[in-house]
Design a protein around this ligand. Structure first.
Ligand code: SPV
Ligand code: MG
Length: 289
């Protein structure tokens, strides 16, 4: 099944679904291997893996290049965290064209202004006007050639401190503009804003959430509230940073690998993830004897 169709089915499925963050080819592959049905191409982790900030310091074509590696090694759909669409409606149109060419199934755009700031960073989080953001959604929907490509509108009203009424007003406008789903974001450690939104939301669009900060809430609470899709947004990068810091420090202190070898994957496991065997077989077929 096409990746776009897989993703649309995931969004519209009656049960709660989950997608997991990846930030390069190998992490994308790991997400698929453990059984997730989709991948979140996180702006935070893709930029962090490049060693830059989540403020559009990496150009959108640099992000596209990473996505292409992620897409090439996986058969499950990728939903890109497209930040603000990297500009206005016109940049959004070009983004959608390029994503479709690279077999990316969906893009999420947020109603902030370029260059964006990560939602968990303290300080001013200016919002785009409703009209401007609706134009961006419409431009994206008019540009896509595959009817199953999805555009998810992310509402940052809670993040910016504008409250529930503003969040609901925006949800309604974005649904009318053609968004395939809404992502409602909150930085609180309790899910109060999310649950209030779910109670107040009378539209039909599926709702997506990112429980990074309210991680202590049982998943069943969101299931009961009618959430459609949960994004585990940054946990593979955070896990790998923890192990890289520990491993580098140990090797540096020991001046030896003796305490490390059994705590990390083998070189063979890297070869397996790279499908090195396939090349061996191909060499037999194509290289001169
Ligand atoms: C990301 O993963 O880049 C996101 C989610 O946009 S958050 O970091 O929570 O804003
Ligand atoms: Mg992001």
């Amino acid at each position: 099944m096409k990746k776009t169709t897989q993703f649309k089915n995931l969004l519209q499925s009656p049960s709660l679904e989950f997608i997991m963050e990846a930030h390069n080819g190998v992490s994308a592959k790991i997400v698929e291997e453990v059984g997730f049905k989709g991948i979140w191409g996180s702006g935070l982790t893709i930029s962090a893996a490049m060693g830059v900030r989540d403020n559009n310091e990496a150009s959108w074509t640099q992000v596209l290049e990473i996505l292409e590696f992620m897409s090439d090694v996986t058969s499950i759909p990728i939903m890109l965290d497209g930040d603000t669409g990297y500009g206005n409606f016109n940049n959004m149109r070009r983004l959608v064209r390029k994503l479709e060419q690279r077999n990316i199934a969906a893009v999420c755009i947020e109603d902030k202004v370029f260059p964006k700031t990560n939602s968990f960073i303290e300080g001013n989080q200016p919002l785009a006007s409703i009209d401007e953001f609706c134009g961006k959604i419409k431009a994206g929907k008019d540009t896509q050639t595959d009817p199953d490509f999805c555009i998810i509108a992310r509402i940052e009203a809670f993040i910016a401190g504008w409250g529930l009424n503003e969040a609901l007003k925006r949800a309604d406008a974005y649904e009318k503009a053609g968004a395939d789903a809404l992502l409602i974001h909150s930085k609180l450690s309790k899910p109060d804003e999310i649950l209030a939104f779910m109670k107040g939301w009378k539209g039909r669009s599926p709702v997506v959430i990112v429980p990074t900060m309210y991680y202590e809430t049982a998943t069943e609470v969101f299931e009961k509230a009618g959430v459609s899709l949960i994004i585990w947004a940054n946990h593979l990068l955070r896990a790998s940073i923890a192990v890289m810091q520990k491993t580098a420090d140990q090797i540096h202190k020991d001046r030896s690998l003796i305490n490390i070898e059994n705590t990390i994957v083998s070189v063979k496991e890297i070869f397996r993830l790279q499908v090195a065997d396939e090349l061996k077989e191909a060499e037999k077929r194509y290289l001169p004897k």
